[in-house]
Ligand binder design. Structure first.
Ligand SMILES: C[S@@+](CC[C@H](N)C(=O)[O-])C[C@H]1O[C@@H](n2cnc3c(N)ncnc32)[C@H](O)[C@@H]1O
Length: 199
């Protein structure tokens, strides 16, 4: 079975520009066949961005960036922010880099990484709409390993559906993170996680 996170070079090209408005921010990103955002902005991603609190944070890592809506939105908030965006899917990374240029952002970049494999920096915030179809092991790896890539007082923000294991994830991660449910919207949970030993 073909998933959006596999690198399939045989898919027909069908690049489209998607225009989005979240709060007062207008931005665009490119989608195509073979990537998560093929149909445009995901509802869960929208709820995450509408509720995220970027205050006091400067460096951001968007894990599983897809075509880049999360990182592009954040980079547009301030030139003083720096945003790294990673995905295992080469096509997603290429589309994200096109989107970064389209939005004329000098404070964002996207590159390939299987989870944190190519990451050697630390960030104030790690944000993800995790790849549910990649399986629980990948999702748990993204969340549990995030701690190693956070600065002091760093935070993880994520969106996960109630019926895709939001409650068990909160329970399973409770020994390493204090997790707050920031918002519940149509079955989507927006979670903020703070590593327990930095609180
Ligand atoms: C649910 S999509 C989110 C895309 C985008 N951030 C958004 O909010 O619209 C999850 C993304 O994770 C990527 N992904 C899957 N497995 C991964 C892995 N092992 N390492 C990094 N990214 C992965 C997929 O390719 C996909 O683009």
């Amino acid at each position: 079975m073909e998933h959006y996170f596999t690198n399939n070079k045989n898919l027909k090209e069908n690049t489209k520009k998607v225009d989005v408005k979240i709060k007062d921010t207008l931005f665009s990103f490119y989608t195509d066949n073979g990537v998560f955002n093929k149909k445009g902005l995901d509802y869960g991603t929208r709820v995450l961005l509408e509720n995220i609190n970027l205050k006091d944070k400067k460096s951001f890592l968007d894990v599983g960036c897809g075509c880049g809506p999360i990182g592009i939105y954040i980079a547009k908030q301030s030139e003083n922010y720096s945003v790294d965006m990673i995905d295992i899917n080469e096509k997603a990374v290429n589309l994200t880099n096109k989107g970064i240029k389209l939005n004329r952002l000098n404070n964002a970049k996207s590159f390939i990484s299987n989870v944190y494999e190519n990451i050697d920096s630390k960030y104030d915030m790690i944000i993800t709409n995790p790849p549910i179809h990649a399986g629980k092991k990948v999702i748990y790896d993204i969340i549990s390993s995030a701690k190693k890539y956070l600065n002091n007082n760093g935070e993880i923000w994520l969106v996960i559906r109630k019926d895709q294991g939001a409650k068990s994830l909160i329970k399973d991660m409770s020994d390493i993170y204090n997790i707050d449910i920031i918002k519940k919207d149509n079955g989507f949970y927006i979670l903020q996680a703070k590593p327990i030993d930095t609180i």
